[in-house]
Design a protein around this ligand. Structure first.
Ligand SMILES: Cc1cc2nc3c(=O)[nH]c(=O)nc-3n(C[C@H](O)[C@H](O)[C@H](O)COP(=O)(O)OP(=O)(O)OC[C@H]3O[C@@H](n4cnc5c(N)ncnc54)[C@H](O)[C@@H]3O)c2cc1C
Length: 716
């Protein structure tokens, strides 16, 4: 009620202002015409006129009335440079703060509630750099004065800070305008203010924020680096810690632009993806998929067979695949590319020095201008009583541990219902393990929409997996050689016997042991970095799993470009890492691939959307391949073909997604996909058909009705 009252009062005042034609005073001509009269009054009662002018200025700015420039000029004309500047400086700041407070009181809560998550980044940015933004906006008035007041009211900026930063920021501009006002009688138009002298002062105002930002950065880095002794010269331009996807791409880019770069890897070149992650898991998935196809060969008119195989040979193949890919990431290849590769454990000892404990003995110290931390992540092992006693494998150890087995574990418990847990559960089930998958959340693959989780669950269940969602692992127990895990569901405990236990409950960034603690580099779940991937120390960057927020090989590579370029060329230009279009896929059968928003994200973030869905059961190629299940689901801006996100469930979903990733990245809508020839018969046609579905749903019905009449008329 109070808010409505404020709005109504403000609206009435604005209406009255225009109804009484008071705006005639706030034009250059009006002001000049009344100048003589005002001057006479001021001479008679300088304090009274000064206070009245002050009050008028405050009200005009608080109500966001047009004419602040004219009033400022008038202040110069009436009161001279010094008094005029004092009056305008305080009046404009007070008026601006009143407008700011009104906007905050009336609108902020509703706006923050309505746009919640979408304002999160802005709120965080404002909390961190808000004063600098405000100062810049005040100094260089590229946005209208009243708009800054109203918009700033919606942010979490503190009122007192808002007041004094506004006053300080506007001071230079106020001086320029009040000074111009002292010449008011000579100024014939507002553009007359733009004399060469004034132009110069505005040009200076233009570069001032940049200089101010540089100055503030300088002050901040002085504070951060204060206790360290900076070397006079450096051995390297860049030292990269970790030889996984992020570290490899970083060092490759650095070498390509002729920087002197050293890459340090403590264990295996290629990191998790090559040795424990993407590569072995996809090799295993292939074997298990063929086993499944053999078992279901009757779907293709062939005789179904129970696949006969040696599990150890499957695991040998997995290791052969790793070995076949390994040369891409090898010491030899990177050395050839111009990267110095050191095999050892790196520790940052000061912001410019890395100490390397070499694997073949000895220690080496390197000074460097910049450092990129690409130390990756490791599997998270839950604190489950009895876990160590029964023993377990993780994605780090299973490839070597299971390679020792002749047959897959007869009874395998997979802890975790995320992508890694699902991929491995399905693979081992298809290779003959009796798999029980335990997930605490109400469904597997919880980040995807419910229908996706349901399809994934159906598929895993068809492969014989006992998918236990809503089950919390409590403890592990051993009875002689027998091993059990105790889980709880709706208050009831259940004991599951197993031969092997795979922990796949997430991966945590590697944060300890290599100097972050000693340098005081802040970490939460990952190393804390800004938009440029800089840590607390602007010359130390982090990329890949260690920095998050995504844990994929392709995002690690993407971040690496920013880390390398900012580390090497940041003195000239820095780039903010762009996470606007990030795709990913889970390689179960059917594959699940996504880019951008799904429905649950859109709802959570309060983003309006339309859904268009195309079922793959209708697609010729999928029918021929016996893979006619799943869908392509596209979220678009209501009434427009702009893509907000895509989820594909089906054969080769990860590959099909690429077209949408490209479209989103380059702002191409569904109409463009529809207008593109897709080869027949391919799975990729599904992308065109979903665009066709969207087009049909948005067909201009009125135009079509007229067309029907037109054709009827043509038929006679
Ligand atoms: C089972 C599994 C399946 C996966 N499947 C996929 C997939 O299909 N697609 C996908 O995109 N992603 C997948 N991932 C994720 C992917 O593996 C990671 O996102 C990727 O490896 C991250 O690369 P990175 O360079 O950040 O870290 P890493 O690959 O972990 O590399 C970090 C390297 O740093 C080294 N290191 C750490 N500290 C030091 C130090 N102090 N000194 C020297 N060296 C150090 C480590 O030894 C390691 O080699 C999968 C992961 C797993 C576990």
């Amino acid at each position: 009620m109070k808010k409505i009252l404020i709005l109504v009062t403000a609206a009435l005042l604005v209406v009255a202002f225009f109804a009484l034609d008071l705006n005639r005073y706030l034009t250059l001509d009006g002001m000049k015409a009344s100048l003589g009269q005002f001057e006479a009054q001021r001479a008679a009662s300088p304090v009274g006129v000064g206070l009245a002018f002050f009050a008028v200025y405050v009200v005009a700015t608080a109500l966001s009335l047009p004419g602040a420039v004219i009033l400022t000029l008038a202040a110069g004309a009436l009161f001279g440079l010094t008094v005029g500047t004092v009056i305008v400086s305080f009046a404009s700041s007070i008026g601006a703060t009143l407008a700011f407070l009104a906007s905050r009181y009336v609108l902020r809560e509703a706006i923050q509630r309505r746009f919640g998550d979408r304002l999160k980044a802005m709120n965080e940015g404002m909390a961190k750099d808000g004063m600098l933004y405000l100062f810049t906006l005040r100094l260089v008035p590229i946005f209208p004065f009243f708009l800054v007041n109203l918009l700033m009211g919606l942010t979490p900026v503190r009122t007192l800070s808002y007041y004094w930063v506004s006053q300080l920021g506007m001071l230079a501009g106020t001086l320029v305008y009040v000074n111009a006002g002292t010449q008011l009688a000579q100024i014939t138009s507002l553009s007359g203010i733009v004399s060469p002298g004034l132009l110069l002062s505005f040009a200076l105002l233009g570069v001032f924020p940049m200089l101010a930002k540089k100055f503030m950065n300088f002050l901040q880095s002085r504070r951060v680096y204060a206790k360290w002794q900076r070397p006079k010269t450096f051995d390297r331009n860049l030292v990269v810690i970790g030889g996984g996807a992020a570290g490899l791409v970083t060092s490759y880019i650095a070498a390509a632009v002729k920087a002197k770069v050293t890459l340090v890897e403590a264990h295996k070149m290629g990191g998790d993806c090559l040795n424990y992650g993407c590569v072995p898991s996809k090799a295993l998935i292939k074997s298990s998929r063929i086993a499944s196809q053999m078992r279901h060969a009757e779907n293709y008119g062939l005789s179904a067979v129970d696949p006969k195989f040696s599990f150890s040979k499957v695991m040998i193949r997995v290791h052969e695949v790793i070995a076949a890919v390994a040369p891409h990431d090898s010491v030899e290849r990177y050395t050839e590319l111009g990267v110095e590769v050191l095999q050892g454990y790196a520790k940052i000892v000061d912001p410019w020095t890395v100490e390397i404990k070499l694997n073949d003995g000895g220690t080496q110290r390197l000074t460097t201008r910049s450092i990129v931390i690409a130390a990756g992540a490791r599997p998270f092992v839950p604190l489950l009583p009895g876990l160590d006693d029964v023993g377990y494998v993780t994605s780090d150890t299973l490839w070597d541990e299971f390679a020792k087995l002749d047959t897959p574990p007869a009874r395998l418990v997979v802890l975790g219902g995320g992508p890694i847990g699902c991929e491995l559960a399905q693979s081992f089930a298809r290779l003959g393990s009796k798999v029980t998958q335990v997930e605490m959340a109400p469904r597997i693959m919880i980040r995807e929409d419910i229908e996706v989780s349901d399809l994934a669950r159906d598929s895993l269940t068809r492969d014989g997996i006992d998918v236990l969602t809503g089950h919390k692992a409590l403890r592990c127990e051993r009875q002689g050689d027998r091993k059990f895990i105790v889980v709880e569901h709706q208050g009831i405990e259940k004991r599951i016997e197993f031969d092997a236990l795979l922990c796949a409950v997430g991966r945590v960034a590697r944060l300890q042991g290599y100097g972050l603690e000693d340098l005081g580099i802040p970490t939460q779940r990952t190393v804390a970095v800004n938009d440029y991937l800089e840590t607390l120390y602007p010359n130390i960057y982090a990329a890949g799993d260690v920095a998050g927020p995504y844990q994929f090989t392709h995002t690690a590579g993407h971040m690496a470009w920013y880390a390398a370029v900012n580390a090497l060329f940041g003195d000239f230009k820095k780039f903010k890492v762009d996470y606007s279009v990030v795709p990913w896929a889970t390689f179960i059968e059917p594959e699940v691939a996504r880019v951008g928003l799904n429905e649950q994200d859109a709802k959570e973030k309060n983003i309006p959307y339309e859904v268009t869905k195309y079922g793959l059961d209708d697609l010729d190629r999928a029918i021929a391949d016996g893979t006619a299940h799943g869908f392509v689901k596209v979220l678009t801006v209501p009434g427009k073909d702009r893509i907000l996100g895509v989820t594909i469930v089906g054969e080769h979903a990860g590959d099909l997604l690429a077209e949408f990733v490209l479209a989103m990245k380059h702002g191409l809508g569904l109409n463009k996909i529809l207008g593109t020839i897709h080869t027949y018969p391919t799975l990729a046609e599904a992308n065109k058909y979903v665009a066709g579905e969207w087009k049909r749903a948005h067909a201009p019905q009125k135009v079509l009705a007229w067309l029907a009449r037109f054709h009827a008329w043509k038929r006679g």
